[in-house]
Design a protein around this ligand. Structure first.
Ligand SMILES: *Cc1c(COP(=O)(O)O)cnc(C)c1O
Length: 466
C-alpha cells in the first residue's frame, strides 16, 4: 500500500515515511491510494478477536512495510489491560438501545490515548530501524499534549517539547502534564494563549535549517497513523454491540479537528455497516455550518469561543481536507484550499456534489453550554451514567436524529473527572477520581516558563539537546 497526498502533487510514499513526515511536501495530507475493503465474512471472523488482534488485522491492510510479527508486537504493547484498565480496551455502557462507547480508558482519560499509545510504540520502532532521533515539538490546550507526553515518556530516541498556555488549563490537566518527571519530557509553560503556542511551533518548523539540524517532528492529528489507530475502534465498537453483522448503527462524534469522525467515514468506506455519522460541534460551529450550508469558512484564531467543551474549540478543521478529497479528488481539493488562502472560504452549493449530499449520510448539529449541562443531568438521572461535556455535546445533537430501532453509538471522548467544574454544575457533585489521581495537583511539577519568543525557544531546545 502506497500513500498519496490530498493535493496530488507529492510522490507516493510508504506508511513509515508518511508517519514520520507529517504534512506532505505539497502541503496536503497523506491518504491511502485505495480503500481496502472488508466483507461480511471477515467481519464475522473478527468478532472474536482481542483488541490487539483486531488492530493488527485492520492496520495490516494499510501497513505493508513493517513485518507482520513486528506490527503484532507494536499493537500488543500499545493496547494492554494495564494501560486501558480493561482487557477489551473499549467499553460499552448501554442506554436503552443506544450505547456510550468508552474510548477514554487510557492513561490520560481522553480518547487521544487510543492513537497516541500506538504512536508511542510505533515511533521508537521506526527510529531504531533507521537509526534516527526524533524531537517532537507540539502545542496543546490540554488533552493532546498530555496524551503525547504520557505515550512518549521514557521512550528511546524521542524527546518531547510540549508548549502549553501558562495558567490556562484546568488544574487537573496542568498537573497531568507538569508532574511528569522523565528526562525526555520538557514542559514549556508559555506566557500567552494557545494560539501563541501554536505560532511558536510553526516558527520553529518554518525554519528548515533549524528543523533538520534538530530532527524536529510532530504528533498532530493530521498524522495518518492517528487516523488509522482510530479506525480500529469503530470496528471494535460495532462488533461488540452488533447482534448480527450487517445490522445498521449510527455513530455520534463530538468533533473539533475532524479526525475522529474522519476515521468513522473511512471505516464505513471499508465496509463497516455504519448507517449515519452524526457530527456534533459546540459554539465553534465551522463544521456544522458546512454541512448545513455548503460553505466552509475557517475562523480566525481570535474568533474562537472558549467553551465548556474546550477540546473542540477550533478555528479550522485540518482533517476536513481528507473528506473533501474523498468526495472530489486531489485537483479540486488543491483548488479549494487555494481559494481558502485567497478569499477565506469555499462554497460547494453550485457543485453537483452538493445535490447528492443526502448520500453522504452525515448529519450535523451544535450544542451550547446549557444544552451540555442539561444533557449531563438527564443522562445521569435516566441511566446513572456520568458523561463529560464533550460526550454530552454528542448526545444532545444525536437526539435530533434518533430513529427507533437503530442504535446510536455515542463516542465518549473524555472522562468526566477531566472537566469536573462543568460536571459539578450539572450534578452538584464532583465525579470520583481513581485513587492514584486523588492528589495529582499536589505532586511536584517540572516545567520551564518562557515568554512568546521563538528565538528564546530555539535556544532552550538546543541547550536541552546538547
Ligand atoms: C480532541 C478531542 C475532541 C475532538 O476530536 P477531533 O478528532 O479533533 O474532531 C473531542 N473531545 C475531546 C475530549 C478531545 O480531546
Amino acid at each position: 500500500m502506497q500513500f498519496i497526498s490530498t493535493r496530488g502533487k507529492s510522490e507516493p510514499q510508504a506508511f513509515s515515511d508518511v508517519v514520520l513526515e507529517g504534512l506532505a511536501k505539497d502541503g496536503g495530507l497523506a491518504m491511502p491510494e485505495t480503500v481496502p475493503t472488508v466483507d461480511t465474512k471477515t467481519l464475522q471472523a473478527w468478532q472474536s478477536l482481542s483488541y490487539p488482534e483486531l488492530a493488527f488485522n485492520v492496520m495490516s491492510r494499510f501497513i505493508t512495510d513493517i513485518p507482520a510479527d513486528d506490527l503484532k508486537g507494536i499493537v500488543e504493547r500499545a493496547y494492554t489491560a494495564e494501560k486501558f484498565g480493561i482487557e477489551e480496551v473499549v467499553s460499552l455502557s448501554k442506554l436503552n438501545e443506544d450505547y456510550v462507547v468508552g474510548l477514554s480508558n487510557g492513561p490520560t482519560f481522553a480518547f487521544k490515548d487510543m492513537a497516541m499509545q500506538f504512536l508511542g510504540e510505533l515511533f521508537p520502532y521506526l527510529l531504531e530501524k533507521r537509526d534516527q532521533q526524533l524531537n517532537i515539538v507540539g502545542a496543546t490546550s490540554g488533552d493532546t499534549g498530555s496524551s503525547a507526553i504520557h505515550a512518549m515518556r521514557g521512550k528511546p530516541r524521542i524527546n518531547v517539547f510540549m508548549l502549553s498556555p501558562f495558567g490556562r488549563m484546568s488544574d487537573f490537566q496542568t498537573a497531568q502534564m507538569y508532574s511528569v518527571q522523565d528526562e525526555n519530557v520538557f514542559n514549556i509553560a508559555v506566557e500567552g494563549v494557545f494560539d501563541d503556542c501554536q505560532d511558536l511551533v510553526k516558527a520553529l518548523n518554518n525554519d528548515a535549517e533549524f528543523k533538520a539540524a534538530n530532527h524536529l517532528g510532530a504528533v498532530n492529528s493530521i498524522n495518518w497513523a492517528r487516523i488509522l489507530a482510530q479506525i480500529v475502534y469503530y470496528f471494535k465498537a460495532y462488533l461488540a454491540a452488533a447482534k448480527e453483522i450487517g445490522e445498521p448503527m449510527d455513530f455520534v462524534i463530538p468533533s473539533g479537528n475532524f479526525g475522529n469522525i474522519f476515521a468513522g467515514i473511512y471505516a464505513r468506506a471499508m465496509g463497516l455497516p455504519i448507517r449515519k455519522l452524526i457530527l456534533a460541534t459546540n459554539e465553534n460551529n465551522v463544521l456544522d455550518e458546512f454541512f448545513k450550508t455548503g460553505i466552509y469558512r475557517p475562523r480566525a484564531s481570535k474568533d474562537v469561543h472558549l467553551t465548556s467543551s474546550p477540546s473542540m474549540d477550533i478555528a479550522k478543521a485540518s482533517n476536513f481536507e481528507r473528506f473533501i478529497y474523498l468526495l472530489l479528488g486531489a485537483d479540486r481539493t488543491r483548488q479549494l484550499w487555494e481559494q481558502i488562502e485567497t478569499q477565506g472560504y469555499f462554497d460547494l452549493t453550485k457543485d453537483p456534489i452538493w445535490a447528492e449530499r443526502a448520500n453522504w449520510n452525515i448529519e450535523s448539529g451544535q450544542s451550547l453550554h446549557d444544552n451540555r449541562v442539561e444533557t449531563i443531568r438527564k443522562v445521569y438521572d435516566d441511566f446513572n451514567v456520568v458523561v463529560d461535556p464533550h460526550t454530552a455535546d454528542g448526545i444532545f445533537v444525536a437526539a435530533q436524529y434518533k430513529d427507533a430501532g437503530i442504535p446510536q453509538m455515542y463516542l465518549e471522548t473524555a472522562q468526566p473527572i477531566k472537566f469536573a467544574q462543568t460536571v459539578e454544575q450539572a450534578l452538584g457533585f464532583v465525579p470520583e477520581r481513581p485513587a492514584d489521581y486523588a492528589q495529582i495537583e499536589a505532586l511536584p511539577q517540572r516545567f520551564e516558563k518562557l515568554p512568546v519568543d521563538a528565538q528564546l525557544l530555539k535556544q532552550y531546545v538546543v541547550t536541552q539537546l546538547s
